[in-house]
Design a protein around this ligand. Structure first.
Ligand code: NAD
Ligand code: TYD
Length: 337
């Protein structure tokens, strides 16, 4: 099988490409990525010289290059996106361009080429926010109510993917997954930022009041869910993917990280909250469990340990990132808080 993977040099995309070629070594992956600030060839360095991995540097908004690169591919797995909520608040335009227009360009090419499957990797953030303390969870029937420019642009992309299925019969599947963590996550997201700041002996910013809840999933479990949906999922269906069975707040996560790293809680710095901050996400993953036999295998404590170990042993990887244009972003995001 030949897969056209977009965003395969980013966090989840690179984990997926490495996972897929390890488990399906006869397949070929065309890895199409623009290498924005979040894309990094270091993530897929171990595939250098592997003839089953073809890297194409390109923007998903470039219809000509997309169509040319997607030719003869059987399946599309679409990860490429602008993915950080705080950056979407600073400047929404790139989010609409890549996440909405870029997805439409890919859909057009997939329709023209006649791929067997277009799999769209989406987020639980399209559903909006649940009440703190409630036992409610998102599922495949939850209506959309996005609050950030990021989640609104992902919601737009989900709607387009379903519209191409309904209007043109494109064989699609969608996964709406909760927050991922693990190796190669860009250090602007909570886990990477907290762990690397601790390693650098810096403060860890927690958005006030720190009681917000996310449904954390170790990235490899997400990759396995996508694999199952590609191989056994029903065309036209959406699957919700999540990790936790009980609520854990951001403050609790940071304290768990600090305890694992043997550091005191005095490094926690409560900073101004994010505007429009969704307070709680929780996923009901019964459908993918019942229909495809998926469930998370890495519990939070294990995943945290693996992630702390990874950042501790890959300091060059994140130090290269943190010494570049990231500094400007960090100052803009946290200095006025
Ligand atoms: P990321 O920001 O780490 O990586 C995004 C990748 O897409 C980068 O390699 C970047 O270079 C590439 N890219 C961006 N714009 C592009 C463009 N115009 N053309 C081609 N490539 C482009 O993101 P991630 O965290 O790996 O997320 C991947 C996907 O999974 C996204 O669609 C995101 O919405 C979704 N998702 C993420 C999470 C999470 O917790 N990170 C959870 C659920 C769903
Ligand atoms: P993040 O990793 O940015 O993912 P998302 O906003 O897509 O859920 O943030 C996860 C949670 O952690 C979210 O509630 C915001 C919070 N957070 C902090 O408290 N401090 C930080 O420095 C960051 C980046 C996030």
């Amino acid at each position: 099988m030949k897969l056209f993977v977009t965003g395969g040099a980013g966090f989840i995309g690179s984990n997926f490409v490495l996972y897929w070629l390890c488990h399906h070594p006869d397949d070929i992956i065309v890895n199409y990525d623009a290498l924005t600030y979040a894309g990094n060839l270091e993530n897929i360095k171990e595939l250098e010289g592997n003839s089953h991995h073809i890297f194409v540097r390109g923007d998903i908004c470039d219809a000509v290059l997309v169509e040319q690169s997607m030719k003869a591919c059987d399946m599309v797995v679409h990860f490429a996106a602008e993915s950080h909520v705080d950056r979407s608040i600073m400047d929404p335009s790139a989010f609409v361009k890549t996440n909405v227009l870029g997805t439409q360009v890919l859909l057009d090419a997939a329709k023209k080429i006649g791929v067997q499957r277009f799999h769209h990797v989406s987020t639980d953030e399209v559903f909006g926010s649940l009440d703190l303390g409630s036992s409610e969870k998102f599922n495949e029937s939850t209506s959309y109510s996005p609050h950030s420019p990021y989640s609104a642009s992902k919601a737009g992309s989900d709607h387009l993917v379903r519209a191409y299925a309904d209007t043109y019969g494109l064989p699609i599947t969608i996964t709406n997954c909760s927050n991922n963590y693990g190796p190669y996550q860009f250090p602007e997201k909570l886990f990477g930022l907290a762990i690397t700041n601790i390693l650098e002996e810096k403060k860890v910013p927690v958005y006030t009041p720190g009681n917000q809840v996310r449904d954390w999933l170790f990235v490899e479990d997400h990759c396995r869910a996508i694999e199952l949906v590609l191989l056994k999922g029903k065309v036209g269906e959406t699957y919700c993917v999540g990790g936790l069975t009980k609520d854990v707040t951001n403050m609790e996560i940071v304290k768990m990280i600090l305890s694992l790293m043997g550091k005191g809680e005095d490094v926690i710095e409560l900073v101004k909250d994010r505007p429009g901050h969704d307070v709680r996400y929780a996923i009901d993953w019964t459908k993918i469990q019942k229909e495809l036999g998926w469930e998370p295998t890495v519990i939070l404590e294990q995943g945290l340990q693996k992630t702390v170990e990874w950042y501790t042993t890959h300091q060059e990887w994140w130090k290269n990132i943190k010494s570049g244009s990231y500094t400007t972003y960090y100052e803009k995001q946290y200095t006025q808080r």
